[in-house]
Design a binder for this molecule. Structure first.
Ligand SMILES: [Fe+2]
Ligand SMILES: [Fe+2]
Length: 344
């Protein structure tokens, strides 16, 4: 099934493939790394890639650590809302698909923690900061998944918004982050399609199934719009990140792109987006839409969303109850290396 994207725009997956080609070309560029920041400025100006061995401004390094860690935490916490439905999926096929998707999210977390570690931090420290509440994760995962249709809507809208946010990150100036994003985007695109397909089936099912699908869309639409962050007028980190080519588009530009793409897809699903003011604006060449409630976004970010406490409690218990697994794996690794030494 081909999903319509923005009229006239290249498909998101084509953009990822193009970014991948450019990334490989940038890594072959012969420019020697040097100790001074002039090299950093030249690479950024030339749209090249900064690698872990290069000297970089401390603020660039810290910004990336914060952003990549927050992204990694989101992937890991993001396993919970959908994980909630693995044991209750309506068929074996849906269960297998959902299981694979949730495992993909764990993989995304791992690529991202590994990318953050190239900046000189330890993933256990990042983890500690998540558990103590000093680092955040995406606010969207603090909403509950109350029906099976929520799983489809998360794939369609939440993974859909994630791709729109992440495709430009495939061109981020920091090499390890850009490389991780290429793979993540390919997988996210698959997630979005599975969510869309699952909803497509529900929307054509019994009246009850159809109502369940519509109700899920109604609840997730505005939180999905809020995933792009505060409006540009209130966004604190954007300008410097744009200059460093970590961020390529503003929050509002990305949100608009997502709206334009999603309206076309909702028509195929034959489901309504819950916004009476959603209208095509021929002059702007975009849909006009109602903004999400940014006060709600701030409340959720500050820890007062419907499921913040539950998400953190379940993460903490996964760590404490899983300690024996970590210890066993470490003991096994020590034993293996001792065996190798004896054999050598
Ligand atoms: Fe993901
Ligand atoms: Fe995903």
């Amino acid at each position: 099934m081909v999903l319509p994207e923005e009229p006239g725009a290249r498909s998101l997956l084509d953009q990822v493939a193009e970014a991948e080609r450019d990334l490989i070309a940038a890594s072959r560029r012969a420019a020697p790394s040097s100790d001074d920041l002039e090299y950093f400025d030249a690479v950024i100006a030339d749209d090249g890639k900064i690698e872990p061995r290069d000297v970089m401004p401390e603020a660039y390094r810290k910004t990336l650590i914060r952003q990549i860690a927050q992204h990694a935490h989101s992937e890991i916490i993001g396993m919970q809302p959908e994980g909630n439905w693995i044991s209750r999926a309506p068929s074996l096929a849906r269960k297998a698909i959902l299981l694979a998707k949730v495992q993909d999210e764990a993989g995304h977390g791992l690529y991202l923690y590994a990318a953050a570690e190239t900046l000189g931090v330890d993933r256990s420290d990042l983890y500690e900061q998540l558990l103590s509440g000093r680092q955040k994760y995406s606010s969207i995962f603090n909403y509950p998944t109350v029906t099976w249709a929520d799983v489809g809507v998360i794939g369609w809208l939440v993974d859909g918004a994630a791709i729109v946010n992440q495709v430009p990150l495939c061109r981020c100036s920091y090499g390890p982050y850009a490389r991780a994003m290429i793979r993540v985007c390919k997988e996210e695109s698959f997630h979005q399609r599975q969510g869309f397909q699952s909803l497509y089936v529900l929307a054509r099912g019994t009246p009850k199934q159809r109502a369940m699908a519509q109700d899920a869309v109604n609840r997730w639409w505005y939180p999905s719009l809020a995933m792009f962050g505060p409006p540009d007028s209130d966004s604190t980190h954007s300008e410097q990140s744009m200059e460093w080519k970590i961020k390529r588009y503003s929050n509002d530009e990305l949100r608009q792109k997502f709206v334009d793409m999603t309206v076309e897809q909702a028509k195929i699903l034959d489901l309504e987006l819950p916004d009476a003011d959603l209208t095509w604006n021929a002059e702007r060449g975009h849909y006009d839409y109602t903004q999400p409630d940014y006060d709600e976004l701030m409340r959720v970010i500050k820890g007062n969303g419907p499921c913040n406490r539950q998400r953190m409690a379940s993460r903490r218990s996964a760590v404490s109850e899983g300690t024996w697994v970590t210890e066993a794996a470490k003991a096994y690794a020590v034993k293996q290396s001792e065996r190798m030494e004896t054999a050598a």
